[in-house]
Ligand binder design. Structure first.
Ligand SMILES: Cc1ncc(C[n+]2csc(CCOP(=O)(O)OP(=O)(O)O)c2C)c(N)n1
Ligand SMILES: [Mg+2]
Length: 350
């Protein structure tokens, strides 16, 4: 049996150490910035669209962008992404149209896509159920020998779920090329991390599965990139899965339906907001002399225009027909579907 050292507790950092990441040129650094601005803008506009009644309940990911962008940029296009609801817009980094993701939040069928078109699986709402799916896909990739890896995104709360355990254990035993990416934002709705686990750090769970664990500053896009690149390289080299704990803080409500004032320390939230991840990277790039006001303005304006066009496209989708509730459920639908649909049409007058 391979000896696996306990996961590192020290947070890996790049920005706060004013280091540079080997292999990243100026164009790469700006591409990371552009992606951060795209996701930040997506998130901020989505909150407004929710308030305007144009999308449904929405899971805010403000201050999670660095964890998402840093990790996604460490992948190749052939690698598979398994997002949770907190990473709803991560497919944008793969060319998934933002109108599609907005349609998803509108509960419209146009919000679903063929995962194989982008190597991005459906957005997973049940906690951790996608971890075994990702492990299975990664194992399949290994059997086919095509060199691709998978990454599964989930939260601190997900580590208490059976599906997380099953997926992590299976991936380790099968040597599946999988990155288990845990965004530890220290809350699972109103459950704080200390009520979630008695483990000193979530990264310690890695040792229980016999896989390496990396603990990284989740607000540091470069540190996340570097850590994920290492995990991806291990997976591609046939060395199996890695558990990454990206430590950040949820400074927004769990979702638009939540009011965290009932359970959160607002002073802590304010403190964390001061260190939010896009501003930290912005300041780093300016220290390096890579980012100018003009470029920052251009990226922001592009992202805003993208979102304006996206919400217009999502709203232009014709309403879904009631028959779509019944389609694609069975190859041979039961005969009752016919009368059920007729009844639904009668009720809806559709
Ligand atoms: C299997 C399952 N149980 C419960 C829920 C309800 N639920 C939605 S979000 C959430 C908290 C998850 O917290 P965490 O894994 O830390 O992710 P975060 O929301 O912080 O990104 C829960 C319990 C669910 N979606 N699925
Ligand atoms: Mg959480």
């Amino acid at each position: 049996m391979a000896q696996v050292l306990p996961g590192e507790h020290e947070l890996r950092r790049v920005i706060d150490e004013d280091r540079e990441v080997e292999g990243l040129g100026e164009a790469d650094l700006l591409e990371l910035y552009r992606s951060l601005i795209l996701l930040r803008t997506y998130d901020e506009r989505s909150l407004v669209y929710h308030r305007q009644g144009r999308i449904g309940t929405y899971a805010i990911f403000w201050n999670h962008e660095a964890a998402q962008v840093g990790s996604a940029h460490a992948l190749e296009d052939d690698d598979w992404i398994f997002p949770s609801y907190r990473e709803s817009a991560i497919g944008l980094l793969r060319g998934l149209p933002p109108a599609t993701v907005l349609s998803w939040w509108r509960g419209h069928p146009a919000g679903w896509w063929n995962p194989a078109d982008y190597n991005v699986a459906s957005i997973c709402v049940p906690i951790a159920t996608h971890v075994p799916h990702a492990a299975g896909l990664a194992w399949g990739k290994k059997l086919k020998g095509d060199g691709a890896v998978a990454i599964a995104y989930f939260g601190d709360g997900a580590t208490s779920e059976g599906a997380f355990h099953e997926g992590a254990n299976f991936a380790a035993v099968m040597g599946a090329p999988l990155v288990l990416f845990c965004t530890n934002n220290q809350w699972a709705i109103s459950t704080p991390l200390e009520a979630q686990t008695k483990a000193e750090a979530l990264v310690d769970k890695a040792a229980g599965y016999g896989m390496p664990g990396i603990r990284v500053d989740g607000g540091d896009v470069l540190a996340v990139y570097e850590a994920t690149r290492e995990a991806v390289a291990r997976a591609r080299d046939g060395e199996g899965p890695t558990f990454i704990e990206a430590v950040t803080y949820r400074v927004a409500p769990h979702a638009t339906a939540d009011d965290p004032r009932a359970y959160i320390d607002l002073a802590r939230v304010e403190e964390e907001k001061q260190r939010e991840c896009v501003g930290r990277y912005d300041a780093y790039l300016r220290r390096l002399g890579v980012l100018t006001d003009e470029l920052a303005h251009e990226f922001k304006e592009d992202a805003l225009a993208t979102m304006r066009a996206a919400i217009a496209a999502a709203e232009a989708e014709p309403p879904a027909g009631p028959e779509e509730l019944f389609e694609h459920v069975y190859v041979d639908p039961p005969t009752s579907f016919g009368s059920d649909l007729a009844e639904l049409r009668r009720i809806l007058d559709a």
